[in-house]
Design a protein around this ligand. Structure first.
Ligand code: SAH
Length: 254
C-alpha cells in the first residue's frame, strides 16, 4: 500500500494522527528531505528503509514505490505541508495509475495556514476579504496566463504566496500595482512552526528591505492583504442579533 502523507509545516506534532500511524507502520519511507523535518523519521520502525527524494528523480521514486508494492510492503511518501499544494504528487499518481498501483492521499497542515496562525490573524474577515488566493510568482516554472501576481492582487483578496521570497522585489512591484498602494500590509513567515521561525511584519513599501536585512531567501510564506491589519465587521455567526440553524437571535428568544 502506498500512502502520500502530508507531514505538516515543520513541527512534528503537526502531522495528522493518521499520518503518524502510517509512519510508525511503514516498511519504506520516501521523504522530501529539503523541507520535511527529519524528526518525523524517529517515529519509524528500526528496520524501516528510508529514502530522501531530494536526490532522486521521479523515475527513481516510482521504482522504489513499485518494488515495495511488489513485495507487499507499506510505503509512505512523505511530503511537506499538505501534499496537494505544490507537492508534485499528480505526476507520481499518474504513473502509479498507469501501472495499476493503488494509493491513498492523507492531507496535512499546509504552511499557509501555519503562517497565518503564527501571526495570529484570520484570512477571511467580513467586509475585508472572503477569499484566499494561494499562488506563487513565476520563476523557472511559469504560471499560466491570467495568474500573474499583478492580476491576482487586483481582487484585493487575502493572499498566501509560496515559493517566491527569493524574488521579493518583483513580488512587491507586481502586488503594489495590483493592490494600487504600497500601504498594503504584508507578513513574511520564515519556517513557520520550526524552532527558528521568524516573523517579519511590514507593508509592500518596506518588507523587501526587512527580508534582505534578515537574509531570508527560502522557506517563507508571504501573506498579503488588509486582513493583517485594519478594520473589519464582526462575524454574523456570533452576532446576538443574527439567528442561524443552531442558534436563535436575541429578538427571537424574547
Ligand atoms: N505542500 C507545501 C508547499 C510546498 S512548496 C505546503 O502545503 O505548505 C514549498 C514552499 O512552501 C516554500 O517555498 C515556502 O514558500 C512554503 N513553505 C513550506 N514550509 C514552510 C514553512 N514551515 N514556513 C513558511 N513557508 C513554508
Amino acid at each position: 500500500m502506498i500512502s502520500f502523507v502530508g507531514a505538516g509545516p515543520g513541527n512534528v506534532d503537526l502531522i495528522t494522527i493518521k499520518g503518524r500511524r502510517l509512519l510508525e507502520e511503514a516498511d519504506v519511507v520516501i521523504y522530501a528531505g529539503s523541507l520535511v523535518s527529519k524528526e518525523h523519521l524517529e517515529f519509524c520502525k528500526k528496520d524501516c528503509e528510508i529514502h530522501n527524494s531530494a536526490s532522486m528523480t521521479l523515475e527513481e521514486v516510482i521504482d522504489v514505490m513499485s518494488e515495495g508494492e511488489n513485495k507487499g510492503l507499506k510505503i509512505v511518501r512523505l511530503h511537506t505541508g499538505d501534499p496537494t499544494i505544490y507537492g508534485a504528487i499528480r505526476e507520481q499518481m499518474d504513473i502509479l495509475d498507469s501501472k495499476g498501483i493503488t494509493y491513498e492521499v492523507v492531507p496535512g497542515v499546509s504552511s499557509f495556514t501555519a503562517a497565518c496562525s503564527a501571526i495570529k490573524k484570520e484570512f477571511t474577515l467580513p467586509s475585508v476579504s472572503q477569499t484566499v488566493i494561494l499562488t506563487r510568482i513565476e520563476g523557472r516554472t511559469p504560471v499560466p496566463k491570467g495568474e500573474d501576481l499583478e492580476e491576482l492582487a487586483k481582487h484585493k483578496a487575502s493572499m498566501a504566496i509560496f515559493l517566491s521570497v527569493q524574488d521579493i522585489d518583483r513580488v512587491v512591484e507586481k502586488l503594489a500595482k495590483g493592490y494600487g498602494t504600497y500601504e498594503t500590509p504584508v507578513a513574511v513567515v520564515y519556517k513557520a512552526t520550526w524552532e527558528d521561525e521568524e516573523i517579519l511584519l511590514g507593508t509592500l513599501g518596506d518588507i523587501a528591505e526587512k527580508i534582505k536585512d534578515k537574509g531570508i531567501n527560502k522557506m517563507a510564506q508571504i501573506l498579503v492583504g488588509n486582513f493583517i491589519g485594519g478594520d473589519y465587521e464582526r462575524s454574523k455567526l456570533y452576532d446576538p442579533g443574527f439567528s442561524h440553524k443552531f442558534r436563535l437571535s436575541s429578538e427571537e428568544m424574547k
